[in-house]
Ligand binder design. Structure first.
Ligand SMILES: O=C(O)[C@@H](CO)OP(=O)(O)O
Length: 249
């Protein structure tokens, strides 16, 4: 039996376009991001894939992307489940900071360490920072002890993976095709797990915005073939643009 899992990173957000570290700050899609989400929906429709259930994070940019893409694909009727465990990586004190200025101020080694090392989190955000999510109602039902003030990719995987294994995997094993709308780093964590990418090599993986990535998994939820993007050329260009983000003004 082949179990299908489709991963979609949200379209460009207003802060992606301003080149700011975003993390848990709840910014909306840019105009370009809305177009990317629509294109993602078109690709989904053309592919003939038929998702049965939708997962999103609790951040608006992923929810908006799901709504626009599913509308385009005539799939608005699907059941949707949302979890903070699919959120973007919490970027700690870097949230709200410009990526190019951060690169200039701290140099390429520190910048890359914060952005793409496996286990080095940025400094934690202050509770009273205007970019902190402390007190945000959407997390009211989450144990405050598990809510992060910063995260490395390793910590993202620690909070995302139990959800994948307990909730998403269950749907896949019931032979449902699952589509997940989430974020650059929460999806990097999922791909790392599924493809068994090493802690070092994951630094080189960047996920483009809005282009569905399809996994075909066996009964042990191991990939039975290489995962593929529904528009490989656009995906390669998009991933290169994410990798270069520090350089852009
Ligand atoms: O700012 C962020 O939250 C993420 C995703 O946009 O950025 P990066 O690719 O630098 O990890």
């Amino acid at each position: 039996m082949v179990h299908k899992l489709i991963l979609v990173r949200h379209g460009e957000s207003e802060w992606n376009s301003k080149n700011l570290f975003t993390g848990w700050v709840d910014v909306r899609l840019s105009e370009k991001g809305r177009k990317e989400a629509k294109r993602g929906g078109e690709l989904l429709k053309e592919s003939g894939l038929k998702p049965d259930v939708v997962f999103t994070s609790v951040l608006s940019r992923a929810i908006q992307t799901a709504d626009i893409a599913l509308d385009e694909a005539d799939l608005l009727y699907l059941p949707v489940v949302r979890s903070w465990r699919l959120n973007e990586r919490h970027y700690g004190a870097l949230q709200g900071k410009n990526k190019a200025e951060t690169l200039e101020k701290y140099g390429p080694v520190q910048f890359k360490t914060w952005r793409r090392s496996y286990n080095v989190p940025p400094p934690p955000i202050e509770r009273d920072s205007k970019f902190s999510q402390f007190g945000d109602d959407r997390y009211a039902n989450v144990d405050p002890d598990v809510l992060p003030a910063t995260e490395s990719l390793e910590l993202v995987i620690k909070r995302m993976l139990p959800y994948f294994q307990d909730v998403i995997a269950k749907e896949l094993l019931e032979n449902k095709t699952v589509i997940v709308f989430a974020h650059g780093n929460s999806l990097r964590g999922m791909v790392k797990y599924l493809e068994k990418i090493s802690d070092d090599d994951i630094a080189g993986l960047n996920i483009p915005t809005g282009i569905p990535l399809v996994f075909e998994l066996d009964d042990n939820l191991k990939p039975s073939k290489k995962a593929y993007y529904l528009d490989p050329e656009a995906a390669a260009a998009g991933a290169a643009a994410v990798a270069a983000q520090g350089q852009k003004k």
